[in-house]
Design a protein around this ligand. Structure first.
Ligand code: PEP
Ligand code: MG
Length: 579
């Protein structure tokens, strides 16, 4: 029977395909006592599960394409080594024998005992290996319980290729693994349009909906339709529904072909104002799309993705080589490298053991706060960025500034590293442009102070909206409050643009609002001339820019900014977009 599930549309596009349910979380188990006569059978059952786990991992290891990043294959090798270790293979056998318990319980007891040992380790890196133990334990446990293993789901490609993933939640790191497996779309229960996973999905052009609770028990052959425009998942679609969606897919294809015609056109308004149209990237793969749609530069490179899905931290040399290889692919267009924005919904990865868990992670030790507190984490990145600047146009951008003293601290640190590099005879661009992100209300209110010390500002509306309206960007319960047109948000944007103009410091916008074409005219009318958007939105935004006469916008934009109800603002926006 056809069933429609609705959620929040977070990444546009329509997919017709099969579903794949991704199970997540720790596997629960109960203690069952085993009679003496069955002990050897239970031990054999456990040994068989360990053997199968090894086979599974070797299979995954062999099926990974050669182009896959080394850190992903390294992490499989680590798990394979653990499956050889007596702590996981022999200790549970002893427990089954001595306690007469089931294999699952023995494995869980051994896992708990190991967790205590890991928690007490002084070495922060070794402490993080507890997660690896959990992954390996879960793998064996799922075999014992005849369940699918979620990591197979992330690393084996056969069922994932072209699949619509149905899951409770997806972290940005899991999203990266899944896109390597060719998933076609995803539906998750939690997360909102501004979660980093949703941003990543948009940037990769993977249709997605969040806040959708799908209990539908679909079968392998059922056809699912994911409508990322309307936020719908249609299970077991009938012929008429499929026909409608296929026709919508064709229309979208046609629209994109038409848009492609303007990819080489200059982003200049009808009245001759040149607009800088840059792209946001997260992964090296995004560069291809940025170049395909002729971005003039990269306005936001989210470096934190380099820190995910790996058991260790990238060192200075690795980062330097990585930045240089991105620059090489960019062929001379400017690259804005944002310094680490770890924390909140972007897991700390190998660094997690050094940071206490926060009650409100979005308000805690995140981004520049984390980097200033742990300079040993920050320093290699700053050195790598500065060294890379010797090889081409690089700009350095600082996320989540909230006070001038924080800015002064970062600038002093950068100066000291420049001095260090000079003393060591290592080259860098002495006048590398340094910019700050305006992502919290305090930063927007201090924009003119920041502008005096910085070479550029960039408005991060995703966080600016989150912090101004007090809505957690990953909580789907409050997604309905997310509103870029809220007068408070518009005033802070306007204040930042004006601070830039009066201090002759360029202001760009790199949050998702910049890439949503319904706001392009409004932003142009507010004086914004630098946009940095998802590569997949470049042409839509350019299309609006080249069809806009900014000289006509002054009056209606002022009227919109004076409006005080959501309906009125929406009406003014529709009017501006109809001009
Ligand atoms: C933003 O907050 O608008 C932004 C661009 O940064 P991120 O989405 O990575 O937090
Ligand atoms: Mg941000």
């Amino acid at each position: 029977m056809i069933q429609t599930i609705s959620g929040t549309a977070v990444s546009r596009g329509i997919v017709i395909g099969h579903g794949y349910r991704l199970q997540q979380g720790l596997v629960e188990t109960l203690e069952i006592s085993i009679s003496k006569t069955k002990i050897e059978d239970e031990i054999s059952r456990f040994r068989r599960a360990v053997r199968l786990a090894r086979q599974q991992l070797r299979g995954i290891r062999n099926s990974i394409p050669e182009t896959t990043r080394a850190d992903i294959t390294d992490f499989i090798d680590t798990h394979l080594l653990m499956l050889e270790d007596s702590m996981l293979t022999l200790a549970p056998v002893e427990l089954i024998r001595s306690k007469h318990c089931n294999a699952e319980w023995a494995l869980k007891s051994q896992r708990d005992a190991l967790a205590v040992v890991f928690d007490e380790m002084d070495d922060p890196y070794l402490r993080t290996r507890k997660d690896d133990v959990d992954h390996v334990v879960n793998r064996i446990m799922r075999i014992l319980l005849n369940q699918d293993n979620p990591e197979d789901g992330l690393l084996e490609n056969s069922q994932l290729n072209g699949a619509i993933i149905i899951t409770h939640d997806l972290t940005p790191a899991e999203m990266v693994l899944l896109q390597h497996q060719g998933i076609a779309g995803f539906v998750s229960e939690s997360g909102g349009p501004l979660s980093h996973t949703a941003i990543l999905a948009r940037s990769l052009g993977i249709p997605a909906i969040t806040g959708a609770h799908c209990h539908y028990d679909f079968h392998e052959n059922d056809t699912l339709v994911l409508d990322g425009d309307q936020g719908l998942l249609i299970c077991n679609a009938d012929a008429a529904t499929l026909k409608t969606y296929r026709s919508l897919q064709r229309k979208e294809q046609k629209r994109r072909t038409e848009l492609n015609r303007i990819k080489d056109a200059a982003a200049t308004t009808v009245d001759g104002i040149p607009v800088k149209l840059y792209a946001n990237i997260e992964l090296k793969e995004d560069i291809r799309a940025a170049r395909r749609y002729c971005a003039e530069g990269i306005g936001l490179y989210r470096t934190e993705f380099l820190y995910m899905n790996r058991p260790d931290l990238p060192g200075e040399q690795e980062q330097y080589q990585h930045y240089c290889s991105i620059m090489k692919s960019l062929k001379g267009i400017p690259l804005t490298i944002r310094t680490l924005d770890l924390g909140a919904d972007k897991e700390l990865g190998a660094f997690s053991s050094r940071v206490a868990s926060a009650t409100n992670p979005a308000l805690g030790l995140r981004a520049i706060r984390l980097c200033l507190k742990h300079v040993d984490l920050f320093r290699p990145q700053l050195r790598a960025i500065l060294r890379a600047s010797a090889n081409g146009p690089v700009r350095l951008m600082i996320p989540m500034l909230s006070s001038n003293s924080e800015l002064i601290d970062v600038l002093q640190l950068i100066e000291s590293i420049k001095q260090e590099l000079s003393d060591q005879g290592i080259g860098f661009d002495a006048s590398i442009p340094i910019g700050g992100m305006i992502e919290v209300p305090a930063a927007a209110l201090s924009a003119s102070l920041f502008a005096r010390r910085l070479d550029f500002l960039s408005i991060g509306t995703n966080d600016l909206i989150q912090y101004t309206l007090a809505i957690d960007r990953i909580d789907d319960e409050v997604t309905y409050l997310y509103d870029p047109l809220h007068p408070a948000v518009l005033r802070l944007i306007q204040m930042t643009i004006e601070a830039g103009i009066s201090n002759q410091v360029p202001v760009s916008m790199c949050g998702e609002m910049a890439g949503d074409e319904q706001y392009t005219r409004l932003l142009l009318g507010m004086g914004l001339t630098d946009f940095s958007v998802q590569p997949t939105s470049l042409l839509e935004v350019k299309n609006v820019i080249i069809n806009t006469d900014v000289s006509q916008l002054d009056k209606p934009v002022r009227k919109l900014l004076r409006s005080d109800t959501a309906e009125d603002i929406r009406q003014q926006l529709d009017h501006i977009n109809s001009l």
